[in-house]
Design a protein around this ligand. Structure first.
Ligand code: NDP
Length: 447
């Protein structure tokens, strides 16, 4: 690749989220929101009516510095979380895996990614299962600890995300020890995170692929500590209900089972993540660190935390369980087979002659057939259906537990707009032609 400094790291001209004001709003607002959720789930306070909740939330809000320190710097919780994160890093490094190449970077190089999700998950689940088998009546103090410290652990993951994103931001200015693909020692920055505004770049992520030796911080955070903490929180809810009420409701079991399936699928198919926007385009800053490590485990577990509260052990019956499972598997089928079809098409595993597609000036083709003839992001629709199936077991007494599908809908809409902007710029006229052939964006015949 020809080029000097400017070619490798062009200045960011377009700022996401309305620039600094939006980034500031997210940086302050979302941590407050997940703390609020933690307080609600902590005190059996959740879902009593908005006014009572706001009043009691204000009552419980840490009023002075010592209370704030108790919430955000609980020593036991920090030790527990750092152990969790640190042991995962060690596992990730020590467990063998296959090595895959990422997409070519702007300096012409390609990073190697170690793929060991199957083994990692196997070791994690075996350790958990053996711990349960040697326990007395399946009582695991670790799960009780997680359940009883939701507020403090939420605080720890928030502060940890701030620290990690600050560390990678500062490290992005440190020259590389070895020259990059064009002979300079400059790190490859994210196309979105090189605006020159320190706060915005810290938020959106300045460096594209922050690494410590071969340990890829972004891929690790995307698929290990946060995703498996979500599973652990759900298990702590099942554990809590079993030991406090002597029963486990079918709704809680269903939510835990469906979400565990999603987590396993994510970790087992981690090679798919390497070609996703998060890895190929986004830098690793506060947005991704907080999203992966704090937002995901504490927001995605909301349904299980709601169902574990002592007044909510709702049994919804076999028929409802089966119907909800059907919604989930339909979503899953769409999500998975659409992603697979695109991947097979791109890898040349499908017969291009018999498929409607558009050849672009970049050499790659846009598929306009099968799932990809129905809408431009039919895979998002499948993913959203899965999200609905996680909320339905909580019934219809409250809107709170549907927060996930609302938030996820907004996220997917925003993602679709970002992807559309990217494709329009990349493919120009051919993208317009594609949009004429496949007019719907996500939901066929609707949007
Ligand atoms: P897509 O998998 O839809 O990939 C979009 C890219 O695919 C485009 O940029 C373009 O890349 C290529 N492309 C687009 N249309 C076509 C076509 N017709 N034929 C061939 N290639 C095409 O989007 P994402 O990477 O955003 O998402 C991947 C999955 O991750 C989705 O299933 C999504 O639901 C899921 N997801 C889940 C989240 C969660 O929190 N649960 C969050 C975000 C995503 P190119 O430059 O190669 O042409």
């Amino acid at each position: 690749m020809a080029g000097g400094k400017a070619d490798i790291n062009p200045r960011t001209t377009h700022r996401e989220f309305f620039g600094v004001p939006g980034a500031l709003g997210i940086t302050l607002g979302l941590p407050l929101l997940i703390m609020g959720i933690a307080y609600c789930c902590d005190g059996e306070l959740l879902f009593k009516g908005f006014k009572i909740e706001v009043e009691r939330l204000i009552e419980k809000t840490p009023a002075d510095a010592s209370e704030l320190a108790r919430v955000f710097f609980d020593k036991q919780c920090w030790v527990a979380y750092l152990t969790w994160f640190g042991v995962f890093v060690i596992f990730d490094q020590l467990l063998p895996g296959t090595h895959l190449k990422g997409i070519p970077l702007r300096d012409g190089t390609q990073l190697q990614y170690k793929i060991n999700g199957r083994l990692f998950l196997g070791v994690f689940l075996s350790l958990l299962a053996s711990r349960a088998l040697v326990s007395d009546s399946y009582y695991l103090p670790e799960l009780d600890f997680v359940y009883d410290h939701q507020v403090q652990l939420t605080g720890v993951t928030i502060v940890f995300s701030f620290l990690l994103s600050s560390a990678v931001y500062l490290a992005s200015f440190v020259p590389l020890t070895k020259p990059n693909g064009v002979g300079s020692r400059e790190r490859i920055l994210s196309i979105n995170g090189n605006s020159g505004n320190a706060f915005y770049d810290w938020f959106i992520g300045r460096e594209l692929n922050p690494r410590v030796f071969s340990w890829d911080i972004k891929l690790f955070c995307e698929l290990r500590p946060g995703l498996l903490l979500w599973l652990l929180i759900n298990l702590s809810c099942v554990h809590h209900q079993y030991h406090s009420a002597n029963t486990i409701s079918d709704s809680l079991l269903l939510v835990t089972g469906l979400q565990a399936f999603y987590v396993f699928d994510g970790v087992l198919n981690e090679e798919g993540v390497i070609s996703m926007m998060d890895i190929t385009t986004d830098g690793f800053g506060f947005m991704l660190a907080f999203g992966d490590l704090a937002w995901l485990p504490w927001v995605y577990s909301l349904q299980a935390r709601y169902l574990a509260l002592s007044k909510n052990p709702t049994n919804i019956g076999t028929l409802n369980c089966l119907l909800i499972m059907a919604v989930s598997f339909l979503g899953y089928y769409i999500f998975h087979s659409a992603n697979q079809q695109k991947s097979d098409f791109r890898m040349g595993r499908l017969d291009h002659e018999n498929l409607r597609c558009i050849k672009t000036k970049t050499g790659s083709k846009l598929l306009c057939d099968g799932w990809w003839g129905l809408s431009q992001h039919i895979n998002y629709f499948g993913d959203w259906l899965i999200g609905i199936s996680w909320c339905l077991p909580t019934g219809f007494n409250t809107l709170y537990t549907y927060f996930y599908v609302i938030y996820f809908g907004v996220l997917l809409l925003h993602r679709q707009l970002r992807d559309e902007a990217k494709c329009r710029q990349k493919y120009g006229k051919e993208w317009e032609q594609y949009q004429k052939m496949v007019p719907y964006k996500i939901i066929p015949y609707l949007y």
